[in-house]
Design a protein around this ligand. Structure first.
Ligand code: FES
Ligand SMILES: [Fe+2]
Length: 333
């Protein structure tokens, strides 16, 4: 887990005025919207007796603990203890941690770390997803795997011929070679642009993406630290947040846009197909040892097709060298 980054942790649409528990980074958070529709994120632990605030409710923009009714305002300060006689002061420690949040690209982003506001990395910029001609769907997938392996799986171009031979990789198995490719580095991310030979994959809707007049298709893959993936591939744009729930669990949240068959009735077909593809990856990713991507850049073997995952490892190493590893300390504000 890396501190000092914004973590996309939930779909925007999932956060309402009803408190919701979000499990992230070996911690539990509670998120809700206030009357201005702003998102509030707090530790999901009442400092009185440890009850989960997410089982409580929102009142006057504050959250009320369901156990003894202590009321916390949006800066985490307890402002009411119902069992106290009037005039009894509220203990100073009756305070829960609050976390900075933003909303962008259909996700809620929570800052986990201790950098002051002006030193926090910016959110990634993916203006394409605002295109109204694209039809979005959302779905999620749970893995018993460390999020670093999922990030690498998402940016790895070489496994499709094998792992996805029965779906979009069909036809690649005969020609699994990849052209050498360049990567474009940013401060906290990198992009690969690869022109792949066209093969007609299995699945009826690929007739919409397969162009007979064009021998190659452009594929774009971007990762953004610590866990965001953007890909543009055969008329699909996919945005993934690999949410690190804990050291062995990742909940990947996808927003996938398509520029064909944009009618709502087709959504369930694409959702089902994407889940099938994730299922193909599941067996592999959950088998990887060690579970976490090694910090040592020489621990595994890199070939030209691994250029983008190597760039990820280098940036991750840079973060670790900068002390961005919280070493299981709890981040508080
Ligand atoms: S545990 Fe929350 S008010 Fe007592
Ligand atoms: Fe895959």
């Amino acid at each position: 887990m890396l501190k000092n980054f914004w973590y996309a942790c939930e779909f925007s649409s999932a956060i309402t005025s009803k408190p919701k528990r979000v499990s992230l980074l070996n911690q539990e958070f509670v998120l809700y919207r206030n009357s201005k529709a702003e998102v509030v994120a707090l530790d999901d632990v009442c400092p009185h007796r440890g009850a989960a605030l997410s089982n409580g409710w929102v009142e006057d923009d504050c959250i009320r603990c369901p156990y003894h009714g202590w009321k916390y305002q949006t800066d985490g300060t307890c402002i009411q203890i119902p069992a106290n006689q009037p005039g009894v002061p509220i203990p100073k420690r009756a305070h829960t941690n609050v976390y900075p949040v933003q909303e962008k690209y259909g996700f809620i982003w929570l800052f986990w770390g201790n950098l002051p506001e002006n030193e926090r990395p910016a959110l990634p910029s993916f203006p394409e997803v605002k295109n109204p001609a694209l039809r979005p769907i959302q779905f999620e997938f749970k893995w018993n795997a460390h999020y670093t392996r999922l990030v690498e799986n998402s940016i790895d171009p070489a496994h499709s011929a094998f792992v996805h031979a029965n779906s979009f990789g069909s036809g690649m198995a005969q020609e699994p070679e990849l052209p050498s490719y360049e990567i474009r580095l940013e401060e906290w991310g990198a992009t690969s642009l690869i022109n792949l030979k066209q093969h007609k994959p299995k699945g009826f809707f690929w007739s919409y993406t397969h162009r007979k007049d064009c021998p190659e298709i452009k594929t774009i893959r971007t990762f953004y630290m610590p866990n965001i993936i953007y890909s543009d591939f055969a008329r699909f744009i996919t945005f993934v947040a690999h949410v690190p729930v804990d050291d062995n669990t990742t909940l990947s949240k996808f927003i996938q846009f398509r520029s064909f068959l944009t009618q709502p009735w087709a959504d369930s077909i694409f959702r089902k197909y994407s889940l099938k593809i994730n299922q193909e990856d599941k067996l592999i990713v959950e088998s990887q040892y060690p579970q976490v991507v090694p910090d040592d850049l020489t621990a595994e073997i890199h070939t030209p097709s691994d250029a983008l995952s190597l760039a990820y490892r280098k940036l991750r190493k840079k973060c670790l060298d900068m002390g961005y590893h919280p070493a299981r300390e709890k981040i508080t504000h």
